[in-house]
Design a protein around this ligand. Structure first.
Ligand SMILES: NC(=O)C1=CN([C@@H]2O[C@H](COP(=O)(O)OP(=O)(O)OC[C@H]3O[C@@H](n4cnc5c(N)ncnc54)[C@H](OP(=O)(O)O)[C@@H]3O)[C@@H](O)[C@H]2O)C=CC1
Ligand SMILES: CC[C@](O)(C(C)=O)C(=O)O
Ligand SMILES: [Mg+2]
Ligand SMILES: [Mg+2]
Length: 339
């Protein structure tokens, strides 16, 4: 059994007197900074000069400095910039200030697992990895709940790294939901696997296939969107609340029968698992990490063309229109216009 921690196991007082520098103000950055501030911590945000997020963070009542100033100021330096730029920014603006006794923190282990960042021996290195999107880390915190987190310690120079990591996770609200102890190694591999095979890669392709099949067969795109995309969340919410049993309890018996009959037809079980195993092999042996690092060095041609094509996909265009006209007008927190 994995070791689990909850609020009763976390002492927020381990953050007393500690200055916390959050580097980056994107999905995770804004959530960590605001949740920690609301938990009574001394927080600043470190951003590049000219950052579009600078005014946003200040308007939210946060101290903002350059990345180097924040790294110098902070006792805990949490790196919440994109994985692919972390090594470069770390080397230039953070490493010079990682003096003995400080803590370097991550929300995902990519750069430690694949040795892109090698911290000095005298600092604590811990992970507070929410198992959910940053915007949800913020919205659940505001609603008195939290997103489950993984905790890991790569270096325990002060002897207090676990206590500090758990306090940090309590500060962002994660301990309200549960904290599982793991390693940087395992978090990195399982997180990459989950997002590629199931949560993002798997789900998006499944929805896209469903949408296209209905539209190509002559049904209205709006119907295909409601059926294969909008309803996905409503169904997954039931699984999230009470497991597959709760979904099966709420859906019709007709749907449950179809689940058993047609699920294995669209997703041939053993073949899919074999393919997933290959994806996992690439993650474990560093092939995927190497590809992602090379893609960034080479100007992100593949990534950018995929992103542009997706934006033009009918399911995205139809969905945007339908969401705009829902009475609540979509989710204002998720401004994707800048992407
Ligand atoms: N997205 C998520 O929900 C999750 C992310 N994580 C991890 O959290 C970390 C942050 O990811 P995420 O929140 O998605 O990141 P985002 O892409 O949402 O935000 C990135 C932030 O980094 C800043 N930034 C980008 N490049 C630079 C640079 N060269 N110098 C200085 N600042 C820079 C951006 O600045 P600007 O505002 O100026 O553009 C922005 O504020 C990653 O390690 C990721 O794996 C872990 C769990 C879930
Ligand atoms: C599922 C994607 C994720 O791992 C996350 C939100 O947990 C990420 O890297 O953003
Ligand atoms: Mg991830
Ligand atoms: Mg994740």
């Amino acid at each position: 059994m994995a070791k689990m921690y909850y609020e009763k196991d976390c002492e927020l007082s381990y953050l007393d007197g500690k200055k916390i520098a959050i580097i980056g103000y994107g999905s995770q950055g804004h959530a960590h900074a605001l949740n920690l501030k609301d938990s009574g911590c001394d927080v600043c945000v470190g951003l590049r000069e000219g950052s579009k997020s600078w005014a946003k963070a200040e308007q939210a009542g946060l101290k903002v400095m350059t990345v180097a100033e924040a790294a110098k100021w902070g006792d805990i330096v949490m790196i919440l910039i994109n994985d692919e730029v972390q090594a470069e920014v770390y080397k230039k603006d953070i490493a010079p200030y990682m003096t003995e006794g400080k803590a370097l923190a991550f929300a995902h282990g990519f750069n430690i697992r694949y040795q892109q960042i090698v911290p000095p021996a005298g600092v604590d290195v811990f992970m507070a990895a929410p198992k959910g999107p940053g915007h949800t880390v913020r919205s659940t915190y505001v609603n008195g709940k939290g997103v489950p987190c993984l905790v890991a310690v790569e270096q325990n120079a002060t002897g207090n790294a676990y206590k500090i990591a758990l306090a940090y996770i309590a500060g962002i609200g994660g301990a309200r939901a549960g904290v599982m102890e793991t390693t940087f190694h395992d978090e990195t591999e399982t997180d990459l696997f989950g997002e590629q095979c199931v949560l993002c890669g798997g789900v998006v392709d499944l929805m896209k296939c469903g949408f296209e099949t209905l539209v190509e067969a002559g049904y209205e795109p709006e119907n295909a969107y409601f059926e294969c995309i909008h309803e996905m969340k409503l169904i997954v919410d039931l699984i999230n609340k009470g497991g597959v049993a709760a979904m099966n309890y709420s859906i019709s018996d007709t749907a449950e029968f179809g689940e058993y009959v047609s699920g294995p037809r669209v997703l041939p079980y053993e073949e899919t698992k074999k393919n997933m195993r290959k994806v996992l092999d690439d993650i474990q042996d560093g092939t995927f990490a190497g590809k992602w690092i090379a893609e960034n060095k080479n100007g992100r041609c593949f990534f950018n063309s995929k992103r542009a094509n997706l934006k033009k996909h009918q399911m995205e265009i139809v969905g945007e229109e339908l969401r705009k006209n829902m009475i609540w007008g979509g989710d204002k927190d998720l401004d994707t216009a800048s992407n």
